[in-house]
Design a protein. Structure first.
Length: 143
């Protein structure tokens, strides 16, 4: 059977949107990791306090979440079964990042409920991508 007849359009739509979304997250991660001292000093004091309070190990989970999201999206577009596992690892990295970020930095004081709401939105998107991938795998679309 031809690849275009076996692959539902939803896989291509979700896969492309997921890749674009996760590339934005990866760009944010890279920009934050490579932020020059001048940019850090130009931040408002409250935001700078969050950035400076973040322990180094927190960035490991940030990287796992963003790089995993990109790899999972690419695997989904390539119709690879391991997309589901990669999306799960990215989701777990994101959950650790969010919890640790709020536990180790003054994030709540700076961003309040809006920041927490956005963090929960990120987790919901990650859960949706993981479940979509698992669904495609169960249907036999991923190989």
């Amino acid at each position: 059977m031809d690849i275009t007849t076996r692959t539902p359009a939803s896989l291509w739509i979700v896969g492309v949107l997921a890749l674009l979304w996760n590339l934005l997250g990866l760009a944010s991660f890279v920009f934050q990791m490579l932020m020059p001292a001048e940019a850090l000093q130009a931040m408002p004091a409250e935001q700078r306090a969050v950035y400076e309070a973040a322990p180094g190990w927190l960035y490991l989970f940030y990287g796992i979440a963003t790089i995993g999201g990109v790899l999972g999206s690419l695997a989904l577009l390539l119709r690879r079964r391991w997309a589901t596992l990669v999306f799960l690892v990215a989701l777990l990295g994101l959950i650790v990042q969010v919890i640790a970020g709020y536990a180790t930095t003054p994030s709540w004081a700076v961003s309040g409920a809006a920041g927490l709401g956005f963090s929960l939105f990120l987790v919901l998107v990650a859960v949706a991508l993981w479940r979509f991938s698992a669904w495609m795998e169960k249907r036999g679309v991923l190989r």
